[in-house]
Design a protein around this ligand. Structure first.
Ligand SMILES: *Cc1c(COP(=O)(O)O)cnc(C)c1O
Length: 416
């Protein structure tokens, strides 16, 4: 990238930006929530729309001069409607958390009841964690995955819903490798007379491409992020039926946000346009095929894969059976030295702390963007296992790092 204007005024930031470009080029991004957007999306995000105030919605803004802001936001909305088949779309949330906030603000009063998956079982902070506004404003009860199978424990969800009588049930997760049975959760919500929010932050792109079942038209509300399995830049999105349009619009602005980030909304419009192309379906299919190849490699090498595999873009490994004395942070840190960037993660039945948990989470969206196929992904899986088994052996880590560098060079990023 050319940061010549930044360099003129601020060499320190220019150095950090160039450093980050190099870091992304020369490492493998396997944090399951990360991806690489196209240059087109980067350009849109770096546009002069960052200068524009556009409080309100297309056609009814609080400021003059919104002609092009309206055009861009309408394009983002129309394309999202086409991608996910939703009646109503709001593209203004600054992030996935802000999208969830929009739904809660629209539908709940402080003190109302949320039933959601526990964070250590794959849930998200914005689903009711005590450190998040959701845990502070609402009454929260949580369901779990079955510790034996790693699948959502739908029966205990049903039982909890009966006992707790929630106002809203939240589905959709951060570290769950299996397909979610939306209808089953919808039935529970119907029986409990509760709303159902399906937060598809991680799988937004997989759902758009039809490689994961869609909750749109099933759940009352669907929220997502626009930067994980879809490459539309950092941000959030809300989908629903027309019935809730007014309440949701008001909850996002002025309820929880001020002026929309119009440059990011331009990035969303461009990223959605890219996702409407037939190649995106191939991309999503390959992302899942690569994750399956990764899970198979881990299992073949003796690691415990939570739930025994994956239906989506991520693999969760419980290190305890194969490497009882090795923590997720040991592995995360040695892998970073080897040029493979993923994260330590809690696993169902966690016996360590959230900060130094017993598992790792690995995702394939970014590798797949770089053109990795199943064979190359299997090799990455083998390299990861070598580092897990030798995390404190500098010679092995350095050998793996050399091979990772070759793989990065073979799959260039932002070079065209
Ligand atoms: C990533 C994620 C979000 C959104 O997070 P932001 O960082 O706020 O964009 C929301 N819900 C789930 C389940 C997630 O995994």
């Amino acid at each position: 990238m050319d940061y010549s204007h930044v360099r003129d005024v601020d060499p320190a930031v220019a150095d950090a930006l160039s450093g980050e470009d190099e870091r992304q080029r020369n490492t493998l991004a396997m944090i399951a929530s990360e991806n690489h957007v196209s240059r087109a999306v980067l350009e849109a995000q770096g546009s002069t729309l960052t200068n524009k105030y556009a409080e309100g919605y297309p056609g009814s803004r609080y400021y003059a001069g919104c002609e092009y802001a309206d055009e861009v936001e309408n394009l983002a909305i129309d394309r999202a409607k086409e991608l996910w088949g939703a009646e109503y779309v709001n593209v203004q949330p600054h992030s996935g958390t802000q999208a969830n906030m929009g739904v809660y603000l629209a539908m709940l009063e402080p003190g109302d009841k949320i039933l959601s998956l526990e964070l250590s079982h794959g849930g998200h902070l914005s689903h009711g964690h005590p450190a998040n506004f959701t845990g502070q404003l609402y009454d929260v009860e949580q369901y779990k995955v079955d510790p034996e199978t790693g699948y959502i424990d739908y029966e205990s969800l049903e039982q909890k819903a009966e006992e707790f009588d929630p106002d809203i049930i939240v589905s959709g997760y951060s570290a769950y490798p299996r397909a979610v049975e939306w209808e089953r959760i919808q039935d529970v919500a119907d029986d409990a007379d509760a709303y159902h929010l399906a937060d598809i932050a991680h799988i937004t792109g997989l759902v758009a491409a039809g490689v994961h079942p869609s909750p749109v038209g099933v759940a009352d509300f669907v929220t997502g992020s626009t930067h994980k399995t879809i490459r539309a830049g950092r941000g959030g999105i809300i989908m629903s039926s027309e019935e809730h349009a007014d309440a949701l619009d008001k909850a996002v602005f002025p309820g929880g946000q001020g002026g929309p980030l119009m440059h990011n909304i331009a990035g969303k419009a461009v990223g959605f346009r890219e996702a409407l192309r037939p190649e995106f379906e191939e991309y999503a299919e390959r992302t899942v095929a690569n994750a399956k190849a990764l899970a198979e490699t881990f299992e073949a090498e003796g690691l415990e894969v939570v739930s025994g595999g994956t239906d989506n873009h991520l693999v969760l490994v419980d290190l305890r059976p194969s490497n009882p004395d090795t923590t997720g942070k040991d592995v995360e840190s040695a892998l970073e030295d080897a040029g493979i960037v993923l994260n330590a993660n809690t696993v169902p039945g966690e016996t360590r702390s959230a900060f130094n948990p017993s598992g790792i989470r690995a995702g394939t969206p970014a590798l797949t963007t770089r053109g990795f196929d199943e064979e190359a992904t299997r090799e990455v899986g083998e390299l990861i296992v070598r580092v897990i088994d030798n995390y404190d052996d500098d010679a092995v880590v350095s050998e793996v790092a050399d091979r990772v560098q070759e793989l990065c060079d073979d799959h260039p990023l932002y070079e065209e």
